[in-house]
Design a protein around this ligand. Structure first.
Ligand code: THU
Length: 140
């Protein structure tokens, strides 16, 4: 299994691929899944700004699209002091596939903050709530 230190290094490298001509705010992410596979991501902006995808969600969608649905941990690298924490949308997307995952927020200077998805999103919207309603046959 990749170490947290290695994940941070991979996220730092992924940050170099950030496509951020509008904000100039580069973000890199690297996550590890239960089977030990690693996926990286960067933010990908768009001239139609709202279509931007954050680094964390890029990495999650890469993992899920490759058949991995259980996230064990993620490292996120920015160039801020202190290291930036994931946005609300990314917290919810991470919660879907790894509510108990560890999160390392790091910066390019080597500072790190260690936390978990659950700590970042207490009482996050749980997939089981929706699945249970579907099982009960609730009508919209
Ligand atoms: N961004 C991320 O990649 N992750 C976050 O958690 C917050 C924000 C990106 C989106 C946009 O490209 C830039 O940072 C500035 O908001």
């Amino acid at each position: 299994m990749v170490t947290r230190t290695e994940l941070v290094a991979l996220a730092l490298a992924a940050r170099e691929h950030a496509y951020a001509p509008y904000s100039r705010f580069k973000v890199g992410a690297a996550l590890v899944t239960a089977s030990g596979r690693v996926f990286t991501g960067c933010n990908v902006e768009n001239a139609s700004y709202s279509h931007t995808c954050c680094a964390e969600r890029t990495a999650v969608f890469k993992a899920v699209s490759e058949g991995e649905r259980e996230i064990v941990g993620i490292a996120i690298v920015t160039d801020t002091l202190p290291p930036a924490s994931p946005c609300g949308s990314c917290r919810q997307v991470l919660h879907e596939f790894g509510a108990d995952a560890f999160v390392v927020c790091a910066n390019t200077q080597g500072d790190e903050r260690h936390s978990t998805v659950r700590a970042f999103l207490p009482e996050g919207f749980d997939p089981e709530v929706v699945l249970a309603a579907i099982r009960r046959g609730e009508k919209g």
